[in-house]
Design a protein around this ligand. Structure first.
Ligand code: PEP
Ligand code: MG
Length: 538
């Protein structure tokens, strides 16, 4: 048995087989080959396998997001089978006598460059698709296409690091736990693990030879036990049983109000990343959704989601929540959430860069599409909108102008919407805390994003694993800021909540309630434990 010590970012115990997530080699080697016919045969095989993989993805996507959402995988199949594309690859293999991986990557780059240079926006967007299918073929050719994730048994996913887009695309029913060498507890991947209720460890120095071996993830102590002995295995099986028992006990909190003994009600809402998380919100009996990170809709796609696609998602979530509050945050990309088709420039310091509301105000056509979808969906439930990364009143006034324009267009087109839905801002920059007295006059609520607020206040990159031990959300500066925001909100008669990860820190629940925090929005799995603490409070 090998015991590796790391850091837990979400607790819980998982027992199962390790599947090491291999990433494609970013640097594909050009190799001279003697036999080009063998390379072409390898290419043909890879194509057949690639098309079959895409068909599987299509079938899965039809189930999960419907036919229109799945259509992209059909397009990818056609592209992979396209004669021009295949001929170009074969031509490179034959004329240059090189390996298939190199020929595929070169053709992928060439085609992508050609598409990108076109005037037509639709064709431009095909650049990302051709890169995507080429990457798939290269992965198949080089044997790095993570077959284990296609097997039926759920596995412990082990990787160097995981990007939010990779995590979100995984079939959650096949993941027992996440284990990474890199990453930090405040990264979006860690947040997703919490939402998915999956134990997760970071800072684990695994080796590739561990692939396929049985292991235990101990999300309480942050340990990873590879090839455990019988005694350890038995011990952990028992602990797992206790964990399930504990969960059973918490279920008794379902259906109960979130109110202190003294009668003070607290809004206890859930954070979600997409439609598929709503089941967990309902299962854990959240009072509403306090943060729908809408950027995951954009991250899951290869091109800008249309108004109609977004409308369908917001409408479905609102309907499924049956009149409970659904606070949807407008697009918050940039920093660790990068999207190829936004074609953003490389930035030295993306967390402080072109992100979130800054992009939306700079590219109002993207913002308006989302706002139209949101206002249209407002007819189907209790939707509220919140805006991320605010630093000034001026931004709020600009947003209001754009909202007005969107509403005027909808009215003119005879499209129904609710004009007076709640609109709030995220308080996640020190500037917004300091001017929260002024912001409170302009909005209906505040939601404190402690993840970013901590990184900007303490000047500690939330993604930097090296600084994880000093990234301290309990810092007195943060707690004072929360108090200031709550007080300024109440002076103007609006409510203030916390939707950052700190909101789920059960060691602070009582303190938050005493500070006057009106709402806590947390990963669905924290709803019942926090409800219990609040109900036990005087
Ligand atoms: C936050 O910053 O606390 C927050 C909730 O937003 P995100 O984690 O998505 O940046
Ligand atoms: Mg944030």
């Amino acid at each position: 048995m090998e015991v590796l010590q790391g850091k837990a970012v979400f607790s819980g115990i998982a027992i199962g087989k390790i599947s090491i997530l291999k990433k494609e080699e970013s640097d594909i080697k050009r190799k001279h080959v003697e036999n080009t016919a063998t390379e072409i045969a390898r290419l043909e095989n890879a194509k057949t396998k690639g098309i079959a993989q895409l068909q599987k993805l299509y079938d899965k996507a039809v189930q999960e997001v419907g036919e229109s959402g799945a259509a992209i995988f059909e397009v990818h199949q056609m592209m992979m089978d396209d004669d021009d594309y295949m001929d170009s690859i074969k031509n490179i293999i034959e004329t240059e006598a090189v390996n298939a991986e190199y020929a595929v990557a070169t053709t992928g780059d060439n085609f992508a460059a050609m598409f990108s240079s076109m005037d037509d926006d639709y064709m431009k967007a095909r650049a990302a698709d051709v890169k995507d299918i080429s990457d798939r073929l290269v992965r198949i050719l080089s044997g790095t296409d993570n077959e284990d994730m296609d097997s039926d048994d759920p596995v412990i996913v082990v990787a160097e690091d995981l990007a939010p887009s990779e995590t979100v695309q995984m079939d959650k029913s096949k993941v027992l736990a996440f284990v990474t060498r890199l990453g930090s507890s405040n990264s979006h991947t860690a947040i997703l693990a919490r939402t998915m209720n999956i134990p997760a460890l970071i800072n684990i120095e695994f080796t590739n030879s561990m692939n396929g071996k049985t292991a235990i993830v101990d999300g309480k102590n942050g340990t990873f036990l590879v090839e455990p002995d019988e005694e350890t295995l038995e011990k952990y099986k028992k602990l797992k049983e206790e964990e399930l028992h504990q969960a059973e006990m918490l279920r008794s909190m379902k259906g109960k109000e979130t109110v202190t003994k003294g009668g003070r009600p607290i809004k206890l809402y859930a954070n979600i990343g997409g439609m598929s998380d709503v089941a967990s919100v309902l299962q854990n009996d959240a009072g509403g959704i306090g943060l729908f990170r809408s950027e995951f809709i954009y991250l899951e796609k290869d091109n800008y989601p249309t108004e109609e696609e977004q409308f369908q998602i917001y409408k479905t979530v609102a309907q499924n929540m049956a009149g409970k509050k659904v606070i949807i945050r407008t697009l918050d990309i940039g920093a660790d959430k990068q999207i190829d088709y936004f074609n953003m420039d490389h930035e030295e310091n993306p967390a402080m860069g072109y992100r979130a509301i800054r992009i939306c105000l700079d590219r109002p056509e993207i913002f308006k599409t989302q706002l139209r979808a949101l206002f249209r969906a407002s007819m189907y439930g209790n939707i509220a909108i919140m805006y991320p990364m605010i630093i000034s009143v001026k931004e709020v006034l600009q947003i209001k102008e754009i909202v007005k324009e969107v509403q005027a267009e909808l009215t003119e087109q005879g499209i129904p919407f609710k004009a007076d839905i709640e609109q709030g801002v995220m308080i996640e920059t020190p500037a917004s805390v300091i001017i929260s007295d002024l912001l409170a006059k302009e909005v209906d609520f505040f939601s404190i994003g402690t993840n970013d607020l901590t990184q900007y206040t303490l000047a500690i990159d939330r993604q930097n694993a090296k600084l994880d031990n000093i990234y301290d959300s309990h810092h007195e500066a943060i707690l004072r800021m929360i108090q200031m925001v709550v007080d300024n909100a109440h002076k103007e008669g609006i409510w203030a909540g916390i939707c950052g990860e700190l909101g789920a820190d059960t060691s602070l629940t009582e303190k938050f309630v005493q500070m006057g925090v009106d709402e806590l929005s947390v990963s669905p799995t924290f709803i019942l434990p926090i409800r219990k603490i609040i109900r036990d409070m005087d």
